[in-house]
Design a protein. Structure first.
Length: 63
């Protein structure tokens, strides 16, 4: 199921993008190595939105 266009994540470590698929809130990002990721919006251990997180070191880090 397409979630967004590749142009919406133009470069490595760019800011994450909010995506909603089938009523599920997700975060799309592109890591330091250019790989795409799509994960749950909320951090598993703190419950904060990863949209406010930092995109660094091959992944998202919660704030």
């Amino acid at each position: 199921m397409p979630a967004l266009l590749a142009e919406e994540l133009p470069e490595n470590d760019c800011p994450p993008v909010r995506v909603k698929l089938l009523s599920e809130r997700l975060i799309a990002f592109r890591d330091s190595q250019g790989r795409y990721g799509l994960i749950d919006e909320f951090c598993a251990h703190r419950g904060v939105s990863l949209w406010f997180g930092r995109n660094e070191e091959s992944g998202l880090r919660c704030s």
